[in-house]
Design a protein around this ligand. Structure first.
Ligand code: FES
Ligand SMILES: [Fe+2]
Length: 413
């Protein structure tokens, strides 16, 4: 159990909070690239407790600015995109992506007034079909070029849903492998069997068969970008990649999951203290030697959180996770929780958050901030049982990786 103050410290992300300051040291996806285009050149967004306007100029440059025009406070999401930026709907002031006011058409010719006017603006970069934003102190770190964001000859898709749940309960879930048996197999199986027409669902009974295989043990290891999560299921040997390799949680808010030909990031992006955007970024790798069609753009779909009855969707695995996060309430009450032995990963993650909060408060740089361009090239992330471009076997370049030295390991027995 935590005190209320301890819970607030690791959950609240509003501007000026310790966790908000830590989160602002990282680049976050704020939208899919296709969300701002010629047809829809602006989008109102909320990130880390701040309302902002995302826009794309007619030259294709993306900007992320405060929403209110500094003249008479009209909302700039109604502005008109031009080659140099966005022109306010009300009296035509023009702003570029740095927030500079570059034209005030109704002021006298030669007026220097515009040089005194500046909008708050945050840096953005596009990579792999996503628009990333950096809202922290300068100098901005590099946008990490994780492997799957940079691969060519792959097929990408993006979907997302906004949820009334704090970011940390979403991430806690990734340090909790055992929920797979219960949330996904048992509860998910029960719901699928009830909801889908006969023949489309799956058989369900309350025996252990529907709960999936038991976890024999779970392991968590710190590494330079976060934590590697490993599991050993009943019937598997320690030589199995599930145990030897596992898959990573990138500090502070990204899960990498992968299987066979698909790799995925699950971004848990803090909208504010009580809302999180869950963005699923999926990359499918073809069989070795196969060329896939070039994608003109990466498609994006917004998913529904609730079904037609107003209840949380639960017939696909990510929706089951999202349902669990939302059913914990806007911010999980950690003052009355009871963590068991299988929650060791959650405890490790909270420890890592607290360490990095302290580092930032002491003026240092938290983990997983990238500043070396030489190292920022298709940063490889080990994931079990997957095809990796350039390799023709599952596990890719990591297939022979030895067991990581376990720093925290819990036996389920
Ligand atoms: S309110 Fe924006 S130009 Fe006047
Ligand atoms: Fe899950």
């Amino acid at each position: 159990m935590l005190t209320q103050a301890q819970n607030d410290r690791i959950t609240r992300v509003a501007p000026g909070t310790p966790m908000g300051n830590l989160m602002r040291r990282y680049w976050h996806p704020v939208a899919a690239s296709v969300e701002v285009n010629e047809e829809n050149p602006t989008k109102e967004v909320r990130l880390l407790g701040e309302d902002l306007v995302l826009f794309r100029s007619t030259r294709g440059v993306v900007g992320l600015i405060e929403p209110s025009c500094p003249h008479r406070k009209a909302n700039l999401s109604y502005g008109v995109p031009e080659p140099e930026g966005i022109r306010c709907a009300y009296h035509g002031w023009l702003f570029d992506e740095t927030g500079a006011c570059i034209d005030q058409p109704s002021e006298p010719a030669g007026s220097k007034f515009k040089d005194k006017v500046k909008l708050k603006a945050y840096k953005t970069e596009e990579l792999g079909g996503l628009i990333f934003a950096y809202m922290g102190p300068e100098p901005a770190p590099l946008l990490p070029n994780w492997d799957i964001l940079t691969w060519t000859n792959v097929t990408r898709t993006i979907n997302a849903v906004d949820m009334p749940a704090n970011w940390l309960q979403c991430m806690d879930n990734s340090l909790d492998p055992v929920h797979f048996q219960w949330l996904h197999r048992y509860w998910g199986g029960w719901n699928i069997a009830r909801k889908l027409p006969a023949g489309e669902g799956q058989d369900f009974d309350r025996s252990t068969l529907s709960r999936g295989r038991e976890h024999v043990k779970v392991g968590f290891d710190r590494f330079e970008y976060g934590i590697v999560k490993r599991r050993l299921l009943e019937g598997e040997a320690e030589e199995d990649q599930w145990w030897r390799i596992g898959h990573p949680i990138l500090f502070p808010n990204i899960l990498r999951v992968a299987q066979d030909h698909w790799h995925s990031f699950q971004y848990r992006i803090p909208i504010d203290d009580t809302h999180t955007k869950h963005m699923l970024y999926t990359v499918v790798v073809p069989e070795p030697g196969v060329m896939v069609a070039e994608q003109g753009f990466v498609p994006y779909v917004e998913r529904e959180l609730y079904d037609e009855k107003g209840r949380l969707n639960n017939t696909i695995v990510p929706a089951q996770d999202e349902a669990a996060w939302v059913m914990q309430g806007p911010i999980t009450d950690r003052t009355t929780e009871h963590l068991g032995v299988t929650d060791v990963g959650i405890i490790l993650f909270r420890k890592m958050i607290n360490e990095n909060l302290q580092i930032v408060e002491d003026g240092g740089e938290p983990i997983n901030v990238h500043r070396d361009p030489a190292k920022n090239v298709a940063i490889p992330l080990a994931t079990e049982h997957t095809y990796y471009p350039g390799d023709d076997f599952t596990g890719g370049q990591f297939a022979d990786k030895p067991l990581l030295p376990p720093q925290v390991e819990a036996s389920m027995q």
